[in-house]
Write a protein of this length. Structure first.
Length: 179
């Protein structure tokens, strides 16, 4: 059973859901109604609708904005922790950092060699300046979307997402606040 989108705020809390009478073994649960599917699809839609317009306005891809925001928050972070915090793979992160370095947004410092080589990533003054230009717009766009929800919906969604996060186990301190 595919749930349709609620039409009003009141409908959103009253609408039946395929999860209402969920069997312990998940019998009858369809892939479009899987928690993971809904969260990923909703996250992707929100990124396209809310985040991508302001990232593009400042010449950033979604991944670059994520990296810049993590670095601006941390100021400096080991490459291995940035991989986790930016939710990307090592190869993609290396390419992005190289591109962002060429644009003067980030800096990296390597110590050691071979398997003991450690890379530390930093936000540059230019990168921090860009972050400080983007962040007020990012906050406003996020607040506008959240503003479409009633106070009850906000509490329920925020609480449910935080609860799901805790059920997944300890979070890396740098990934807990990601955009």
């Amino acid at each position: 059973m595919k749930a349709s989108a609620p039409k009003t705020r009141a409908d959103s809390l009253k609408q039946p859901s395929p999860w209402d009478k969920l069997a312990a073994d998940g019998h009858g649960l369809e892939v479009p109604d899987f928690l993971t599917t809904l969260v990923v699809n909703t996250g992707n839609a929100l990124k396209r609708h809310v985040t991508l317009p302001y990232a593009r306005e400042f010449g950033l891809s979604m991944a670059e904005w994520r990296i810049l925001s993590v670095l601006a928050h941390a100021r400096e972070i080991p490459f291995s922790r940035l991989v986790v915090a930016a939710a990307t793979d090592k190869g993609q992160l290396s390419r992005m950092l190289r591109s962002m370095q060429e644009r003067g947004l980030v800096k990296t410092v390597s110590e050691g060699a071979g398997s003991r080589k450690k890379v530390t990533c930093f936000v540059s003054p230019q990168g921090l300046k860009l972050y400080n230009q983007v962040m007020p717009i990012a906050r406003k766009r996020q607040a506008e979307m959240i503003g479409h929800l009633s106070a009850d919906e906000r509490r329920v969604i925020y609480g449910a997402l935080r609860r799901l996060q805790s059920l997944c186990g300890p979070q890396d301190e740098d990934s807990a606040w990601e955009e």
